[in-house]
Design a protein around this ligand. Structure first.
Ligand code: PMP
Length: 411
């Protein structure tokens, strides 16, 4: 299960081989962002060094090279998602931008009597845009509750769908706090049976779960490049061609228009109509190189190793006195969150950093989950990636034991 030539992989990530506060860095904050391997860095630098020019404009050689790479990158993303057509792949600046783009466009379909459903485990990026669109349009905003284990309560979802008026269900594929894997295929089946469209927030699932949009059956799917070894500032919005083609653009500008007169503007076909302005073509080629890299290591191998490391981290946490693991979903991917009795998560993360261990602490952009559902407000999150080692999880576990001893008053 830990099979994968990790030494070879780590050689591609020089950032991992450094000391922080006099200790070997143990980077376990991959849920926030992943590190970028040399082939991606090289592709980005090479493009700026030899091929850089704006895309789709003019027909000079460098512009043609840039355009060809952008479109080749789109094809790489299409294949990664098994989308039917590259026209269904829109480049955005990240998950947040992708969700907002759909939410703004979808707002035209919302009215009092209609409803958008999200779940109680959403990241703010897939919560607030829908809440605001509902507030502006007068539609209902329904937050589907969770079970005690931290799963989306599919019974409650089905009941709300059956009550009628649901226009769209927006849901995370994997929770960035609980690690819960949401059965999105089942969510799609239920939603479609009641005439609702489905948007999947795949920000956290992109490294862990198969993302075959035709198998999942979702109408929209969003993810960020920086959580799958790509650069920051690039992301993807997948939309089923038929549906995406019916939506009005949310943003306007150059590149996305066909004809502009003082009286009227007509728009380009998909996907350009959703890509106003100069696209992040260097980010796109960086992302494509990252996806190629993941395919090279093997998507199954990456997912299996991350699952094994996460399970091992959970096991260590559960064995540490004074530590409470948050949630116990049937399937967990990518992260484990925890609290230490009597200690603030910021203090735990700060002390771990002193020992070279990088973890996330805070509300993880999921206040509805942490404040309203769980009532624990802040947690510490550990999120391994495939380039981490079992020894690093041990180092984290030992560092945490030291920290817990430090913050626990002696009785
Ligand atoms: N959804 C989830 C589940 C996430 O974990 C994140 C990133 N933490 C986002 C959305 C937002 O992604 P980005 O900040 O890259 O737009």
């Amino acid at each position: 299960e830990f099979a994968l030539d990790v030494e070879r992989v780590r050689a591609d990530f020089p950032i991992l081989s450094q000391e922080v506060n006099g200790r070997p860095l143990v980077y376990l904050d991959n849920g926030a962002t992943t590190q970028v391997p040399n082939p991606v860095l090289d592709a980005v630098v090479a493009h700026y060094r030899t091929d850089n020019a704006n895309v789709h404009r003019g027909i000079h050689t460098l512009s043609e090279r840039s355009t060809a790479k952008l479109e080749a990158s789109r094809e790489v993303v299409r294949a990664f998602l098994n989308a039917a057509s590259a026209d269904e792949v829109v480049f955005t600046s990240g998950t947040t931008a992708s969700v907002n783009m759909v939410a703004y466009a979808w707002e035209a379909r919302l009215a009092p009597g209609q409803c958008v459903v999200v779940s109680a485990l959403e990241h703010h990026a897939n919560f607030v845009p829908w809440q605001q669109a509902c507030m502006r349009s007068g539609a209902e905003f329904f937050v589907c509750p969770l079970t005690a284990e931290g799963e989306v309560d599919l019974g409650a979802l089905e009941a709300r769908l059956a009550a009628g008026g649901v226009s769209l269900v927006a849901m995370a594929h994997v929770s960035n706090v609980l690690g819960t894997v949401v059965p999105v295929g089942e969510v799609v089946r239920l939603a479609h049976a009641h005439g609702a469209a489905v948007l999947v927030d795949a920000a956290q699932s992109v490294r862990h779960e198969p993302l075959d949009v035709r198998e999942i059956g979702c109408d929209f799917l969003c993810f960020s490049g920086h959580k799958v070894l790509g650069p920051t500032g690039i992301g993807v919005l997948y939309g089923k061609g038929e549906l995406l083609g019916q939506l009005a653009p949310s943003w306007y500008g150059g590149e996305m228009v066909a004809q502009v007169t003082a009286a009227l503007t007509t728009f380009e076909e998909l996907p350009l109509r959703f890509e106003p302005g100069t696209p992040n073509y260097v980010g796109a080629l960086g992302l494509a190189t990252a996806l190629d890299y993941v395919e090279g290591v093997g998507r199954k191998a990456v997912a299996a190793r991350e699952a094994a490391l996460t399970a091992y981290a959970e096991e260590r946490l559960r064995a540490t006195k004074g530590v409470q693991v948050v949630g116990s979903p049937a399937r967990r991917a990518g992260c484990v969150s925890f609290c230490v009795e009597g200690a603030h998560p910021f203090d735990i993360a700060t002390l771990l950093d002193k020992l070279g261990v990088a973890v996330r602490s805070g509300s993880q952009c999921a206040q509805p989950l942490l404040d309203e559902t769980l009532g624990i407000h802040k947690v510490v999150r550990v999120s391994p990636a495939f380039y981490n080692t079992r020894e690093e999880i041990d180092a984290f576990g030992e560092a945490l034991e030291r920290v817990v001893r430090l913050v626990t008053p002696r009785g």
